[in-house]
Design a protein around this ligand. Structure first.
Ligand code: NAP
Length: 682
């Protein structure tokens, strides 16, 4: 059977016989993969001219809805994906990380997109910058979809998660995707893409998938394209330095291999909860996905005084790990993804053994010989111990991408930090300690060299997601050897597929481009109180100006009595006079915003359903008894919740005094019905 690719709107197979893809357990042939003869220039152009424009017509919220619908429907097919996933060597637990983890990541992006991005196509990055004295010339940053294709090249170890963690932010950003899974496990990605294509949720041209090599695709990359690569550091260097990538400044994101460390704190001796948790975690990281995880712990750095105890605790746990057929329910660890991968790991093991002793596990375990003779890629977990951590080099540079970890002993915390930093840039690091001072010292020492740090103590362990798990809301990536890239991290990951542009002009122009009113832009007369307008009729810039209200001692005291806030600056003339900020009695800030609400609300039943918060509240100038305040309220931004029958409306509120000075400034957040008079039964 030939594995097909989905390109140019159809399933196609390449011209030559291609590479044989085999079952990790039995060596049985699954399919051949080839992309020979594919017109890579046309594939890129299809993404740019068919998928890109269709996606860019939609808003962030519409794209988020596509991802949500897709994720929900794919979950219905997951048992089919699980069955095939076993063929990669993954146990059910491993497959859960890849399949449920991948779809879950897409759903997490869908919900972040709906909650944290506007219902438009322009993302505002930061606030308005005042560029002129008079305020007629301002600046701000906007991010918009890039006009090219996102080429996403993935490693073999997570054929589903690897696709979704890249695809979801790109689609949300409005960029069409060309996925290139690692060929060895591309059959699982192909199965998922087949289902995506059947579901026909994504607009045509949005997703293409290449099962096999990229051919001359890199020669046709353009300046608007983005390449996001996951794999080995050596391939990353080759692709990053491709002449077209450098000449056309093609945006290039790399997540590569990494020597990740976990440090056992000096306080976490045998008998403590942290010690036991540490031993559990090292073993989990060695055995999940048979250690084929870019984030897995490769260096277990422990106090010299605890080396023997840590060795014993880890070895005891490893001895209980059952290696075998990934389909069997009692199997804890399956084979590596292929026989070739096993050979590769054994080769790396020899390099490591030059300076470390193998203290647990047999690379040629007789119990696995028969399965390997049939074509499997089985390898028992192997624990090494470095003979002299300070002078060793291979342990800091050689990644055995399998169930292999090395123990290193440290004398003091600074040496532990130094040993972790010698990985020259890692994806993830962890520390097991109950001591907050140790945590602060180590975290600051490790952070410049790590993309993510996990500190485990007994209090968070039960709910901790673990050393090796990248999470959609947090960044994944790392400096130096880890590739220097960054993915995910919530909306940060979406911005990798967008262009940030500094806009300059008048407030009205910037408001029109960004879809958000800014001070100095046109104020519109809505013709009636804006709270009487349903969502669709409200216009950005609709403004209400209130009458003035005087601040009185009686009102301040009534507010204090009502709330119990008797702070001296509001209640005592003599104490307030001693306060260097006020000099005399002032109104409560919360009274001012409450009084302002009294000035701007329209009380009758109508389209405004509720107030769900305030943003960016600042009390700028104190208001004192005798002062007069009034408020200006302007419709600043609208975001429709299409499925809910209402939209979020952000209002710019400005409280000023009798001299026109700003007393308080904030955004009021409301939910406004699409109906003039909402019907409870609707
Ligand atoms: P790899 O050999 O570097 O391959 C990675 C991807 O690059 C595959 O899709 C591969 O395609 C493709 N590729 C290789 N040469 C290419 C070329 N000349 N042009 C275009 N594409 C090319 O790495 P791997 O063996 O699949 O993965 C294991 C490595 O990935 C480990 O070192 C691991 O640490 C790292 N990894 C890192 C992360 C992370 O997030 N940082 C995650 C997972 C894995 P073919 O399969 O068709 O060759």
């Amino acid at each position: 059977m030939k594995l097909e690719s989905f390109v140019l709107g159809a399933w196609r197979s390449g011209a030559s016989e291609g590479v044989a893809l085999r079952d990790a357990t039995s060596g049985e042939l699954i399919a051949h993969a080839t992309t020979d003869g594919f017109d890579m220039a046309a594939i890129l152009e299809h993404a740019r001219t068919v998928g890109g424009p269709a996606l860019r017509e939609t808003s962030f919220h519409e794209r988020a809805a596509l991802l949500r619908a897709l994720g929900k429907r794919l979950l219905e097919s997951k048992e089919d994906f699980y069955a095939l996933s076993h063929r990669t060597g993954a146990t059910r637990a491993d497959s859960w990380i890849d399949i449920d983890g991948g779809i879950g990541t897409m759903l997490a992006f869908a919900s972040k997109g709906a909650r944290e991005l506007p219902d438009g196509r322009v993302y505002l990055d930061g606030g308005v910058e005042a560029l002129s004295k008079g305020g007629s010339f301002v600046g701000r940053h906007v991010c918009v979809s890039r006009a090219g294709a996102a080429v996403q090249i993935n490693a073999f170890n997570f054929p589903v998660w690897g696709m979704f963690e890249k695809l979801a932010p790109a689609i949300l950003a409005g960029m069409p995707v060309i996925v290139k899974p690692a060929t060895a496990t591309a059959y699982l990605t192909e199965r998922v893409v087949r289902r995506i294509v059947e579901l026909a949720i994504l607009p045509p041209g949005t997703l293409q998938m290449i099962a096999g090599g990229v051919g001359d695709l890199f020669d046709h990359l353009g300046s608007q394209d983005v390449v996001s690569f996951t794999g080995s550091a050596s391939t990353a260097v080759k692709l990053r330095t491709h002449p077209i990538v450098t000449r056309r400044s093609v945006r290039f994101i790399a997540e590569t291999d990494s020597l990740n460390s976990s440090i056992l704190g000096p306080d976490a001796g045998p008998g403590t909860a942290e010690f036991e948790l540490y031993a559990d975690e090292v073993v989990r990281e060695m055995t999940v996905k048979a250690g084929q995880k870019c984030t897995a712990i490769r260096k277990a750095i422990v106090p010299a005084t605890m080396l023997e105890a840590a060795t014993a605790a880890i070895a005891e746990r490893l001895a209980a790990v059952r290696v075998g057929d990934p389909r069997a329910p009692d199997t804890r660890m399956g084979p590596l993804a292929s026989r070739d991968q096993r050979h590769e790991v054994l080769h790396r093991l020899e390099e490591l053994r030059g300076e470390s002793d193998l203290i647990h596990g047999d690379p040629h375990d007789p119990r696995l010989r028969e399965a390997n003779a049939r074509g499997g890629g089985f390898l028992a977990p192997l624990l090494l111990r470095c003979r002299d951590a300070a002078s060793a080099s291979a342990v800091h540079s050689v990644e055995a991408f399998g169930p292999v970890a090395t123990l290193l002993a440290y004398r003091d915390l600074d040496e532990a930090i130094e040993l972790a930093r010698r990985g020259d840039g890692s994806l993830a690091g962890s520390l097991f300690t109950a001591d907050e001072k140790v945590a602060a010292h180590v975290a600051i020492g490790l952070a410049p060299f790590h993309g993510r740090l996990l500190v485990v103590n007994r209090h968070c362990a039960a709910e901790s997601t673990g050393h090796g798990a990248p999470l959609a809301p947090l960044v994944h990536g790392g400096p130096g050897r880890a590739g220097g890239g960054e993915e995910m991290g919530g909306i940060r990951g979406v911005l990798h597929y967008m262009q940030r542009t500094a806009l300059q002009g008048s407030p009205a122009m910037l408001a029109a481009i960004g879809g958000r009113w800014i001070r100095g832009a046109t104020e519109r007369d809505p013709g009636r109180h804006p709270f009487r307008k349903p969502f669709d009729e409200l216009a950005i810039g609709d403004t209400f100006r209130s009458n003035a209200r005087q601040i009185t001692v009686a009102d301040i005291e009534a507010f204090a009595a009502l709330t119990g806030d008797n702070f001296y600056a509001h209640m005592s003339e003599t104490e307030a006079a001693r306060n260097p900020l006020f000099g005399s009695r002032v109104a409560h800030g919360y009274y001012l915003i409450s009084a302002a609400a009294g000035l701007f609300v329209d009380p009758d039943y109508g389209p405004v359903l509720g107030n769900y918060g305030l943003d960016e509240l600042r009390f700028v100038k104190p208001a004192k008894p005798g002062d007069w305040i009034k408020v200006r309220l302007t419709c600043k931004e609208k975001s429709l919740r299409a499925d809910k029958g209402w939209g979020e409306v952000r209002w710019d509120a400005l409280i000023t005094n009798q001299d026109g000075e700003t007393v308080a400034s904030y955004d009021v957040l409301t939910m406004v019905s699409v109906h003039a008079v909402p019907d409870a039964a609707r």
